[in-house]
Ligand binder design. Structure first.
Ligand code: ZN
Length: 218
């Protein structure tokens, strides 16, 4: 039943959708050119805490517009083409860590209430993975969009904990968009505290700002 409801929801969204998420051409959710722009072009970067991150795409242009439509406009159908790019980048990470569980960064309660879904988990599922929901948020954090690296670090410090301790199990963290990497570092801290081995991080997209930051700190 759940499967059919999802299909019906998706068909309804197709009928109602007005224009391409990437370029606004009318009559399609995503035109062929913009679909092509979502082909994975993995970006390798590093968090301030030294965690290697593989991101499927650069957060700019068509990619950024499609991700905003998923996160802010409820356009969950776009999670499929984005998930396809994510699957390609995940192959690179899983080649080195085949047994690692994919752990999404937690979605705050307010964001979950607003959207009705968890963006990182939706993307992982559309990429063909089963998210391991091992992290929970222990307190509210501020919207990070206007914060610089130090502010983001303070904003997320101590904001997560692992749901159970599981000594030495390999995990790879996942976030939809990596900006400074402060959220990934906090997730890694919480998982390590509970005894997990954090092998690295995967993201759908990395902001150019983050790439500059990585270049400056390396
Ligand atoms: Zn387009």
């Amino acid at each position: 039943m759940a499967e059919w409801r999802t299909l019906a929801d998706e068909l309804a969204a197709f009928v109602l959708c007005g224009s391409c998420a990437g370029c606004d051409v009318p009559g399609t959710l995503l035109c062929d050119d913009c679909r092509g722009a979502l082909a994975a072009q993995p970006v390798h970067t590093m968090t301030p805490g030294g965690m290697p991150v593989v991101a499927a795409l650069a957060f700019e242009g068509v990619t950024a517009r499609c991700i905003r439509r998923v996160k802010e406009d409820g356009e969950t159908l776009l999670a499929r083409p984005l998930g396809a790019a994510l699957a390609r980048a995940a192959d690179q990470v899983r080649a080195d860590h085949p047994h690692a569980a994919l752990v999404p960064v937690p979605t705050g309660r307010a964001a979950f209430r607003r959207r009705g879904y968890r963006v990182p988990e939706l993307l992982l599922r559309r990429a063909g993975f089963t998210p391991a929901r091992l992290l929970v948020q222990t307190r509210r954090t501020a919207d990070q969009r206007e914060l610089d690296l130090d502010q983001r670090r303070r904003n997320v410090a101590g904001s997560m904990r692992a749901r159970h301790a599981r000594g030495a199990r390999d995990v790879v963290l996942f976030d939809d968009v990596v900006t400074t990497g402060a959220t990934i570092d906090e997730g890694a801290r919480a998982l390590r505290t509970a005894g997990f081995r954090v092998c690295g991080a995967l993201a759908l997209a990395a902001t150019p700002k983050h790439r500059e930051l990585a270049a400056n700190t390396s």
